[in-house]
Design a binder for this molecule. Structure first.
Ligand SMILES: [Zn+2]
Length: 240
């Protein structure tokens, strides 16, 4: 090989190396490899909500009455088979909590209510989930974080207010099969109607559906809210 050819080969290799180090993937768009900016201390969080009061995290107990919830992440019965949450509580940013309240008010007219599987999720839990299942089909990549870490995503289903039981939906929560996709139609008409009612009502009040998970919804423009890594205990004490 001539010197020039060798040099150009080395240069190409260096360019590819630099490209990969930047975490720029050619087929999936930019993929960050560095840890993103995360608010990890109470002072920074408090300074943020002083500048912009819509960033305040609030407990859904004040917005949804009754509040049905089932945090499977505080048990081992979740996709990681590990306990991920300690003393969880449903928190969201104020605009998300208000939107969810409007959803529930409307559902109540049909004798239905929301049930929360997950709302705010500390960033460190997203890191734990990724360690267990490093696959973007099933877990959020910590390089990007999740709408749950930003306090604007929520995992919900519907319950019948008379019985307090969940209405039939296509799958259980965190079922990562095609059956959980919104476009999966090989289902009973009643199940499709329940899934559609949840979507229609959530979208009416500003939430966006995730096509691959019938239970997951988030507010538009989620990145205007920072990723947070405050514990549920910290948020509880800050709310007082
Ligand atoms: Zn979710």
């Amino acid at each position: 090989m001539k010197l020039f050819a060798k040099l150009s080969l080395i240069t190409s290799a260096l360019i590819v190396f630099a490209w990969q180090s930047c975490g720029v993937s050619s087929n999936n768009g930019p993929v960050l490899t560095a840890k993103p900016a995360v608010i990890e201390d109470e002072q920074t969080y408090l300074a943020g909500i002083q500048k912009d009061s819509s960033k305040r995290m609030v407990s859904l107990t004040k917005y949804l009455q009754p509040l049905f919830k089932d945090f499977i992440y505080e048990t081992e019965q979740n996709f990681t088979k590990k306990v991920l949450y300690t003393r969880p509580q449903a928190f969201l940013r104020i605009p998300a909590a208000e939107a969810l309240q409007a959803v529930q008010d409307e559902l109540k007219q049909q004798n239905l209510a929301l049930k929360i599987f997950d709302a705010y999720r500390p960033y460190s839990v997203t890191v734990e989930m990724w360690k267990a299942v490093p696959d973007e089909r099933y877990a959020a990549n910590p390089a990007k974080g999740s709408g749950h870490n930003r306090g604007v995503a929520v995992d919900v289903t519907l319950v019948d207010l008379t019985t307090g039981k969940e209405v039939p939906m296509p799958t259980s929560f965190d079922d990562f099969s095609e059956k959980a996709h919104h476009n999966y139609m090989q289902l009973d008409a009643a199940i499709i109607a329940n899934r559609s009612l949840l979507r229609k009502t959530m979208e009416k009040h500003g939430f966006i559906a995730l096509e691959t998970e019938w239970w997951h919804y988030y507010l538009s423009n989620p990145t205007r809210f920072e990723l947070l890594d405050l514990s549920f205990d910290q948020l509880r004490s800050l709310e007082k």
